[in-house]
Design a protein around this ligand. Structure first.
Ligand SMILES: O=C(O)CCC(=O)C(=O)O
Length: 313
């Protein structure tokens, strides 16, 4: 090390975050967001409904008119709109603001924010478990009653990039994910493949081969291959992480006896012309945007590919 180089221990949070995005495509915060505020918000979310079988349509109701699209929270039907004035503990937490500003510049914009629920097996009706078994994306929005579609419900989701929902958009945004209660290995923690962002945008489902206890070989066609390490994001109340739109991540079905409830934000560059994300994206070997992001669905949005790699993690 030369005399002027700083050791990483002396880095500011901003420097650390940009460096972590370049190397790993993610930053896990050491500091939590206010756990008391998180627990209070969680109690209010839990008071809005029973997170059990009553969330769901019956099989006959679903089959009468299957709706696979438009079943996620949207403006006017998003539980977080009710709690807008309670979200400062995340959105104004100084370490979150510093990190996001380092990557996206001043004036960044929240594209989307919502409550995400990992539904435990005991709350998923048996008919539904049988139907979705082995599907790569078990977003249960299609199967919950319309009034419950103000939250996104997962029964696991295979490794994917958050770019999946943004055809033709540059990977200029990041995901901020916050746990509202302790998340152990049994509570559907996020599995993140560190360094997977480096191969750029890639069509879902992804080409992944397990090579060790926590390692995978990831190939992105002509854009190369990378050996990537799996990181399981367990954490306490208020744990927060951010990741790049090309970083592969997923969850297994919730194995606990209760639901897992988190906050998920997508945040994009606003007015800033240049920001830390440019330095990150300059290191990617693959495309920054995709014309098609997935090939697992038919024209109605039903799954036609049945494979799920994260279940092997
Ligand atoms: O919360 C989950 O179980 C999965 C969340 C996720 O991967 C996503 O929303 O992109």
């Amino acid at each position: 090390m030369n005399a002027t180089a700083k050791s990483s221990a002396a880095w500011s949070l901003s420097e650390q975050v940009v460096s972590d995005f370049i190397r790993q495509g993610a930053h896990l915060f050491d500091e939590v967001v206010d756990p008391t505020a998180a627990a209070e918000l969680l109690a209010e979310i839990r008071a809005t409904r029973a997170f059990d079988e009553s969330l769901f349509l019956s099989e006959a109701e679903f089959d009468a008119d299957p709706q696979y699209t438009g079943v996620n929270p949207r403006p006017g039907r998003n539980l977080l709109e009710r709690f807008e004035d309670r979200l400062g503990f995340v959105e104004r937490a100084p370490h979150i603001v510093e990190a996001v500003t380092a990557l996206l510049g001043e004036g960044y914009e929240i594209l989307n924010k919502k409550v995400v629920c990992g539904v435990p097996a005991k709350s998923v009706p048996e008919w539904l478990r049988a139907r979705i078994h082995g599907n790569p994306v078990n977003n249960l929005g299609a199967y919950v009653k319309p009034q419950n579609r103000d939250v996104t419900y997962f029964y696991g989701i295979d490794f994917h990039q958050d770019l999946i929902d943004y055809k033709e958009r540059e990977a200029d945004f990041l995901t901020l994910y916050v746990y509202l209660h302790p998340v152990t290995k049994a509570d559907a923690p996020l599995y993140l493949l560190e360094g997977s962002h480096r191969l750029g945008g890639s069509v879902f489902p992804h080409d992944l081969t397990r090579t060790g206890d926590d390692s995978w070989l990831y190939r992105n066609g002509p854009h190369g291959e990378a050996s990537v390490r799996q990181r399981i994001l367990t954490g306490g109340t208020g744990f927060a992480a951010i990741w790049h739109a090309c970083t592969l991540h997923g969850t297994q079905p919730d194995a606990a006896d209760h639901e897992r409830i988190s906050l998920r934000y997508l945040i994009a560059r606003g007015a800033a012309q240049r920001s830390g994300m440019d330095a990150v994206n300059a290191t990617l070997t693959g495309p920054l945007s995709l014309t098609d992001t997935r090939k697992d669905l038919d024209a109605q949005g039903a799954a036609v590919i049945r494979q799920n790699t994260v279940l092997k993690a």
